[in-house]
Design a protein around this ligand. Structure first.
Ligand code: UD1
Ligand code: UDP
Length: 411
């Protein structure tokens, strides 16, 4: 059998499987209804968390044939998330290598994604965010002339060096996208300022809040143990632009706080990147009030956010989730592509300076007015229904006949 025939045969089998999957849900006639194959590309932990609600929403749609491709840019951190959402990838590229360089990763992803796209022949490719997996998926889809949808489009700092290389990844993915699923009004404004047609931008909210809402209902039994009379500070850090001295400075500030404050315990799930891990263990290991551990599964991590007094983090996702849980975040960066929570006063940028981290942490520990002002529990990034809006936009464009190829604003 030649390649188009193989593809056609695989497509037919998959169509039958989709119809079988949907049997009993509602009368569905493949002869009169369209089935569209959507290939979801996920590579890292945050992409999987944020794409899972969209995958699960598409699984419920009889017109979608869902295919999930894991690049496995991350390995165990990705697998943990896919397991918790009960998603098994149909294709796994197993790309991760220890301490992989960006050029190696980019090159290997391009070849492997192009092969997969050729073999699968999807109608649409969707990817999420700003990782190398997302950027290369957009470019590989472009080369194959497959329409690409960008989930969490439009976030910008305006500086290609911060975050590095993620700002560039987002700009490239955005330039190539047919659908831009902007989580916030400011993301939509950024896209409009770059000349993107407004009909291709849908304001959806961030799918991370969809995931958080679900996990938040299930997570309480995983709450971390905290010694009586102590308050928990949760820490995460992994950004490439902080490697070296800035990250060492962050660790020295945490150690100082742990040394001087007997009423506080730190919980720090350490990112497996060797550039982070070695420094964290060397500077923070063995401290009685600092608990270093492996990356936490999503349910226990959400439980830890809920249990924390406040959070020190350079993570994008944590900046979005913590405000919805009413937890202040001190962001270990000097800029952010997520300005909404900063403007609301529930997230503060403290950078990597020792004095700033210590000063702002002490303020949250000792000044209850300052703490309450940051612990208000607002959700500027979403209402938990972003994935439904994304599915509806795709349905209108891909299924409803004779509709011009435009994206309506979903909210
Ligand atoms: C990547 C993303 C970043 C995202 C972060 C989420 C890019 C350029 N960066 O960062 O935007 O915020 O993921 O965590 O795409 N490793 C493991 N096991 C894992 C994952 C990583 O051992 O499950 C180690 C490996 O040695 C790997 C290294 O960490 O080579 C770095 O992984 P990489 O995917 O390059 O992650 P980051 O650049 O840290
Ligand atoms: N997270 C997790 N376990 C951890 C640390 C983080 O499940 O030990 C979750 C967190 O809730 C958020 C996501 O991972 O949803 C953020 O991932 P990361 O910080 O690696 O990437 P970023 O968001 O900065 O791209």
């Amino acid at each position: 059998m030649n390649q188009p025939e193989q593809r056609q045969e695989r497509g037919l089998l998959q169509d039958q499987a989709v119809i079988a999957n949907n049997a009993g849900r509602w009368p569905y006639n493949a002869a009169t209804h369209v089935i569209r194959t959507i290939l979801f590309v996920v590579g890292t932990r945050p992409e999987a968390i944020k794409m899972a609600p969209v995958i699960l929403a598409c699984r419920r749609e009889p017109w979608v044939k869902v295919r999930v491709l894991a690049t496995a840019q991350h390995r165990e951190m990705l697998d943990q998330v896919l397991d918790v959402f009960d998603i098994k990838p149909d294709i796994d590229l197993n790309i991760m290598r220890d301490n992989q360089t960006l050029p190696e990763l980019t090159a290997r992803l391009m070849i492997a994604l192009d092969d997969a796209f050729a073999c699968e022949g999807p109608d649409v490719v969707l990817a999420q965010g700003d990782t190398t997996s997302a950027m290369v998926a957009a470019l590989a889809a472009f080369y194959r002339r497959i329409p690409f949808g960008h989930v969490e489009g439009g976030l910008r700092t305006g500086d290609l060096d911060y975050p590095f290389p993620e700002e560039m990844n987002r700009v490239v993915a955005g330039r190539l996208a047919r659908w831009h699923f902007a989580p916030t009004q400011s993301a939509r404004t950024n896209l409009l300022a770059e000349g993107i047609d407004k009909d291709r931008i849908a304001l959806t909210g961030n799918t991370v809040i969809d995931a958080l809402v679900e996990m938040s209902k299930r997570c309480d039994k995983y709450a971390p143990k905290i010694s009586p009379g102590k308050r928990l500070v949760l820490v995460t850090a992994h950004r490439r632009e902080n490697f070296g001295e800035p990250f060492a400075e962050i660790c020295r500030a945490i150690k100082y706080l742990a040394d001087t404050r007997c009423d506080v315990e730190f919980l720090y799930p350490v990112h497996p990147n060797p550039n982070v891990r070695e420094t964290a263990i060397r500077l923070l290991g063995q401290h009685p009030r600092i608990r270093l551990c492996d990356p936490m599964e999503y349910l226990p991590f959400v439980a830890a956010m809920k249990s924390a007094h406040f959070i020190l983090s350079d993570s994008g996702g944590v900046q979005e989730e913590a405000p919805a849980l009413g937890k202040p975040v001190l962001v270990l960066r000097s800029e952010t592509e997520r300005p909404e929570a900063v403007s609301e006063g529930v997230v503060k940028l403290v950078g990597t300076n020792f004095n700033a981290i210590v000063r702002e942490s002490l303020r949250l520990l000792d000044d209850s007015n300052a703490y309450q002002a940051m612990a208000r529990g607002i959700s500027p990034y979403g209402d938990g229904h972003a994935s439904q809006r994304i599915v509806e936009v795709l349905r209108q464009d891909l299924v409803i006949p004779h509709r011009p190829q435009r994206v309506a604003n979903a909210c």
